[in-house]
Ligand binder design. Structure first.
Ligand SMILES: NC(=O)c1ccc[n+]([C@@H]2O[C@H](COP(=O)([O-])OP(=O)(O)OC[C@H]3O[C@@H](n4cnc5c(N)ncnc54)[C@H](OP(=O)(O)O)[C@@H]3O)[C@@H](O)[C@H]2O)c1
Length: 288
C-alpha cells in the first residue's frame, strides 16, 4: 500500500517503522524536522509538507498530539489525498472523531479512529492494543496496518466512528485516576508518619499494583524525566473525558485539576507519573 504517516513523536516513529519494515511504500512527515532519520534509513521517504506527503496515498495515518493537531493537518490531507482512508491513531475523543469523519466523508475520503493502548515499548515491539471505529469495509483496510504495530489478538473493531475513541478515553481515565490516587495515598502515608518505601511496597500489592509496578523507579527517585506518556498528554485526555461526558465526572475532574497543577509547576513534558510525585509532595527538594 502507498501510506503517508504524519506525526513522528514518541509513538508515531516506532509505529511507522513497522509499516516500512512490512514493505509498504511509506512517506513520512513531522511538523518539526529532524525526526525521520531512522525511518529514511529503513526505506521511508521524508516529505517537507503534508501536501507532498499525502499525494497519491491510499492510507494516511495520523499519530498527532490531539484534536487540535489533527485539525491543523487535516485540511491539507483533504485537499491532497482524494479517496484516501484516514487512519487516525491519535487520541482525539469521540466528538472530534465524528467531526473528522464528517469532514472526510464530505470530501470523498474515509475515516477510521484507531487509538492505541500501550506505550513506547509495545509500540516498538508491535504489541499495542488497537481500538478501531468505522465502517466494516474501512476497518478491514485499517486492520491490516494496525496489526503491524498492534498485537493481532488485541486489535478490536469496537463499532462505528467514535466508538474506539470513547473506549480509549475510558482506558486513560483509569490511568489518570491511578496517578492521582497513588499520589494522595503517599501524602496520607506521609502525614501519618509511615515509611515511604514500606508504603510503596505495600501499595504495589493493592489495587494500585499495576501502576506502582510500572512507575516505582521514577517515584522512588522523584525523577520523571524518562517520559513514555507525558503529563500534557494525560491532561489532554482527562480534559477530553470530562468534556465528552454528559455527567459531571467529579473524580475525573479532580484528577484533571491535579494534572493541570503539575503542568503549571513546569512538568508538562515529564512522564505522567509526575502527577503522583507532585501530589505526594515528597520531592520538594526537586521542585515538586
Ligand atoms: N505516549 C504514549 O504512551 C501514548 C500511548 C497511547 C496513545 N498515545 C497518544 O498518541 C498520540 C501521540 O502521542 P506521543 O506520545 O507520540 O506524543 P508526542 O511524542 O508528544 O508527539 C506528538 C506529535 O504531534 C505533533 N504535533 C503536535 N501538535 C501539532 C500540530 N499543531 N500540528 C502538527 N503536528 C503536531 C508533534 O510534532 P512536533 O514533533 O513538531 O512537536 C509530534 O509529532 C497522542 O494522541 C497520545 O495521546 C500516546
Amino acid at each position: 500500500m502507498k501510506v503517508a504517516f504524519l506525526g513522528l513523536g514518541r509513538m508515531g516513529a516506532p509505529m511507522a517503522a513497522h509499516v516500512v519494515r512490512a514493505g509498504h511504500d511509506v512517506t513520512v512527515w513531522n511538523r518539526t524536522s529532524g525526526k525521520a532519520g531512522n525511518l529514511v534509513e529503513l526505506g521511508a521517504t521524508e516529505a517537507r509538507t503534508v501536501a507532498s506527503a499525502v499525494a497519491g496515498a491510499e492510507v494516511v495515518v495520523l499519530m498527532l498530539f490531539g484534536p487540535d493537531a489533527v485539525r491543523a493537518v487535516l485540511s491539507d490531507v483533504l485537499d491532497h489525498a482524494p479517496g484516501a482512508l484516514v487512519l487516525d491513531a491519535s487520541t482525539v475523543g469521540p466528538d472530534a472523531a465524528h467531526e473528522f469523519a464528517k469532514a472526510c466523508h464530505a470530501r470523498g475520503l474515509r475515516y477510521v479512529d484507531a487509538p492505541v493502548a500501550g506505550t513506547v515499548k509495545p509500540a516498538t515491539d508491535g504489541t499495542l492494543g488497537v481500538f478501531l471505529g468505522g465502517a466494516p469495509e474501512d476497518v478491514a483496510v485499517a486492520q491490516e496496518l494496525a496489526e503491524l504495530w498492534g498485537d493481532p489478538a488485541r486489535v478490536r473493531h469496537v463499532g462505528g466512528v467514535g466508538s474506539a475513541s470513547a473506549l480509549k478515553l475510558c482506558v486513560n481515565q483509569s490511568l489518570g485516576v491511578m496517578a492521582a490516587g497513588v499520589g494522595e495515598a503517599l501524602r496520607l502515608g506521609h502525614d501519618l508518619g509511615l515509611d515511604r518505601d514500606l508504603l510503596l511496597g505495600v501499595l504495589g500489592q493493592t489495587a494500585y499494583g499495576w501502576y506502582v509496578g510500572q512507575k516505582l523507579p521514577m517515584i522512588q527517585a522523584d525523577d520523571y524525566s524518562d517520559t513514555t506518556f507525558s503529563v500534557d498528554l494525560m491532561a489532554k485526555d482527562l480534559d477530553l473525558a470530562v468534556t465528552s461526558a454528559d455527567s459531571d465526572l467529579e473524580v475525573t475532574r479532580a484528577c484533571l485539576d491535579q494534572a493541570k497543577r503539575t503542568l503549571a509547576a513546569g512538568h508538562a513534558g515529564e512522564d505522567y507519573a509526575a502527577i503522583t510525585g507532585h501530589l505526594a509532595g515528597e520531592g520538594e527538594a526537586n521542585g515538586y
